[in-house]
Design a protein around this ligand. Structure first.
Ligand SMILES: Cc1cc2nc3c(=O)[nH]c(=O)nc-3n(C[C@H](O)[C@H](O)[C@H](O)COP(=O)(O)OP(=O)(O)OC[C@H]3O[C@@H](n4cnc5c(N)ncnc54)[C@H](O)[C@@H]3O)c2cc1C
Length: 304
């Protein structure tokens, strides 16, 4: 709903082309796909169950190995660069003073919000044990024939994401490239480290996935690669809370790789905490609290 609102109020940023979750092994309770289907159906979402014949007919770029899953027409992708540019414009228009690049001066303020993403555990040493910054490979491919990868036949997908980590997007409307990326354990790294580059091993894993999944993309030229930085929190939830030791400081972090899709609602959540209106319990300050293993339902552990 938030993205539809921004489409109306800001610019066409969100393309509601639908979302596929496919599997190679049967759907059953306890799998991300079946459990998500159950929750969304119960809440009245128009999500469909797919069998092998339906996948072959409607989404022919997928190999026959992918035999079941779901399609949710309420889903899609956002043009992130365009969204940021539009928000910067809007902020300036509202009178926000934006300082870009290195800033060495002193800032006096009643309230400070630190939204530092993957820099959080490095810039705020007292939170170094609460977050970890990880890097995840992202690939842009140029299909030789873009037609099979247009959004109508090739919507946003998650390919057994909780065990493989692979997800991706249809051909971009203006650049003609396809983005494929991996939501897995990633590699721990400082955001400015020289390790922030895709490795030959990660490219080989991409090629193996493409060969098994989208035969027509198996040897598609790779036009660019990058490392997507996450600020992981142990439970995969955001952390939007006042620092009890410095009550005029709010830390907004712990994106765990998911923050962009929530952009239209995050500002309000952060403003509510900053101005003391309300605070979401899940996103509370939890430094030093009890903690289970680092986890998140949709994230592959790298050991299928
Ligand atoms: C290639 C890529 C692909 C992604 N794909 C997806 C996706 O498909 N779906 C999704 O939901 N999310 C995706 N993400 C993740 C999403 O972009 C992040 O979850 C989101 O940007 C986190 O927002 P944030 O504001 O917490 O941190 P960031 O966007 O990382 O912002 C932190 C900012 O703090 C600044 N900063 C750091 N230190 C300082 C300092 N000392 N002083 C001042 N400023 C500082 C940094 O320069 C940066 O601009 C992707 C990210 C990347 C890089």
């Amino acid at each position: 709903e938030g993205w539809r609102r921004w489409n109306r109020d800001l610019a066409p940023l969100y393309h509601e082309v639908g979302l596929l979750f496919l599997r190679r092994t049967p759907m059953r309770p306890g799998t991300l796909e079946q459990d998500s289907f159950d929750v969304l159906s119960r809440r009245g979402h128009p999500i469909e169950m797919l069998d092998a014949a339906a996948i072959l007919k409607r989404f022919p770029a997928w190999s026959e190995a992918w035999t079941c899953g779901t399609f949710n027409p309420v889903g899609g992708f956002v043009e992130s660069g365009k969204a940021i540019a539009r928000l910067v414009e809007e902020a300036r228009r509202a009178g926000v003073e934006l300082v870009e690049g290195e800033f060495t001066g002193e800032v006096k303020a009643d309230r400070i919000v630190l939204a530092l993403g993957a820099w959080t555990p490095h810039v705020l040493p007292h939170l170094a044990g609460e977050f970890r910054s990880t890097g995840h490979p992202v690939f842009h491919l140029m299909p030789r024939d873009p037609a099979p990868f247009a959004a109508e036949k090739f919507p946003v997908f998650c390919a057994d994401i909780s065990s493989t980590g692979w997800y991706g997007f249809p051909v971009h409307p203006s650049t003609g490239v396809i983005k494929v990326a991996r939501h897995g354990p990633g590699r721990p790294m400082h955001p400015e480290s020289p390790d922030r580059a895709v490795t030959a091993e990660e490219i080989a894993e991409l090629r193996a996935f493409l060969g098994e999944t989208f035969p027509q993309l198996a040897d598609a030229p790779l036009v660019s690669t990058r490392i997507c930085l996450y600020c992981d929190s142990p439970d995969g939830h955001f952390w939007i809370a006042r620092d009890p030791a410095r009550p005029n400081v709010v830390v907004a972090a712990g994106d765990s790789g998911h923050a962009f899709k929530f952009a239209p609602i995050l500002g309000e959540l952060v403003a509510d905490v900053t101005e003391g209106r309300s605070a979401e319990q899940r996103f509370r300050w939890r430094a030093g609290g009890p903690r289970g293993p680092w986890q998140e339902a949709a994230r592959s552990t790298g050991t299928p």
